[in-house]
Design a protein around this ligand. Structure first.
Ligand SMILES: NC(=O)c1ccc[n+]([C@@H]2O[C@H](COP(=O)([O-])OP(=O)(O)OC[C@H]3O[C@@H](n4cnc5c(N)ncnc54)[C@H](O)[C@@H]3O)[C@@H](O)[C@H]2O)c1
Length: 363
């Protein structure tokens, strides 16, 4: 037996001191037969069982995996609180390269660990895990969502994610221009993959002018085949500089808003699906200082988590769509609170989420 090392003491330090409120529980899971090493982090169950996906990623160190699980779990508490779900926040990470390590045996072992938590943590897909994987995990636990329709799940969540982003955009337009209609507005969508292309459908139907960019030419071609009026530019750098751009919708990767982009952004509104759009703390203030209205990413892209939460009760698309439609009111509430308190919308959103969790904790 070896002694506890400095590195593991650091992990404990991260757990108990990482942020306001700290985390409730972190579980380290190991199954030697399949090579599974996973971290399940539960940030809060104040509003209900912790809900959040499983990320499968080749972390450089185990401490980095724990830190990521802690951060992601905390983010889910805020997202679920603002989505009006009766769920707290949690997230799991599986350490390793999904291309080489993922196996049925490993996913089943992981499912048994999720089941052992008795419903305190409900899992779903995230980067590196897919609907087919959740079908396997669900063979060992009742607490896996994001399954295929053949297995009682709701399948792809991008339809409702795009619908929620569209509602966030309508709320932004209402706040800034006095009408939720996007008719005649010029909207730039960066990334027209699963969510982006559904978003373009909504925008065209509402009468917006749309310009897109994507690193995959095929994705752009698919959009233009359907809507020849959609224009395209070479890259995101060109998109964010378009004169007269009303709304910028980052729908590709995280970190879209940073020191290189905010100063040159021509849009008056940023509202998109990508997770973690703010490259670092302080960018929300830089946006406010330039009078750019930022609809917080984790608020407007909650359609996906609304869908997986609904799956636990037997998925009903119309019920889910009605819940995703409330993103419109939540976004307006955040902008109003931001104005009242003189803070950027991202700060107002965090405050509303914290308030909901604190109220739920009260006896
Ligand atoms: N799918 C969901 O339900 C969901 C829910 C919440 C948040 N999100 C977030 O929304 C974003 C999009 O998700 P998705 O499911 O549509 O993914 P996706 O992989 O289907 O689409 C992303 C698209 O962005 C393009 N892209 C990548 N790098 C780019 C770049 N530098 N410039 C321009 N385009 C680029 C890709 O080619 C792809 O077409 C991600 O950040 C994801 O985490 C998705």
């Amino acid at each position: 037996m070896t002694d506890v090392t400095g590195a593991s003491v650091d992990v404990l330090h991260t757990l108990f001191r990482s942020d306001q409120g700290g985390h409730e529980q972190v579980v380290l899971c190991q199954d030697r037969a399949s090579g599974l090493k996973a971290v399940i982090a539960i940030h809060s169950t104040a509003l209900g069982p912790a809900l959040g996906g499983t990320r499968f990623h080749p972390y450089a160190t185990e401490a980095a995996a724990v830190a990521d699980a802690l951060n992601l779990a905390r983010g889910m508490s805020y997202k679920n609180a603002l989505a009006g779900l009766e769920h707290g926040g949690g997230k799991a990470v599986i350490i390793g390269d999904p291309e080489t390590l993922k196996s049925e045996e490993l996913l089943l072992a992981y499912g048994r660990f999720v089941e052992s938590l008795g419903g305190r943590y409900v899992t779903a897909c995230d980067v590196g895990t897919y609907v087919a994987d959740m079908d396997v995990v669900a063979r060992e636990t009742r607490w896996a969502t994001g399954r295929s329709p053949e297995n009682g799940g709701a399948g792809d969540s991008s339809v409702l994610t795009a619908y929620g982003v569209f509602q966030g955009m309508r709320a932004s337009a209402h706040h800034l221009w006095g009408s939720p209609s996007l008719s005649g507005r010029l909207v730039g969508v960066a990334g027209v993959g699963k969510v982006g292309h559904h978003l373009v459908n909504h925008l065209i139907q509402d009468g917006a002018e749309v310009v897109v960019t994507d690193v995959r030419e095929e994705s752009v071609r698919r959009i233009q085949a359907k809507y020849p009026q959609v224009t395209a530019v070479a890259d995101t750098a060109a998109l964010i500089r378009i004169e007269g751009l009303d709304i910028y919708a980052p729908c590709a990767l995280g970190g879209a808003l940073g020191d290189d982009t905010v100063p040159v952004l021509t849009a008056k509104v940023v509202c998109g699906a990508a997770n973690n759009q703010l490259a670092h703390p302080g960018v929300e203030k830089d946006l406010s200082d330039r009078s750019i209205l930022y609809a917080p990413d984790y608020v407007v892209n909650a359609g996906g988590v609304i869908q997986v939460a609904d799956e636990l009760h037997g998925f009903d698309f119309d019920r889910c769509k009605a819940k995703a439609a409330r993103i419109y009111d939540t976004t307006l509430e955040i902008f109003a609170r931001a104005n009242e308190e003189g803070v950027p919308p991202a700060v107002a959103a965090d405050r509303i989420a914290e308030q909901r969790m604190a109220e739920a904790r009260r006896p």
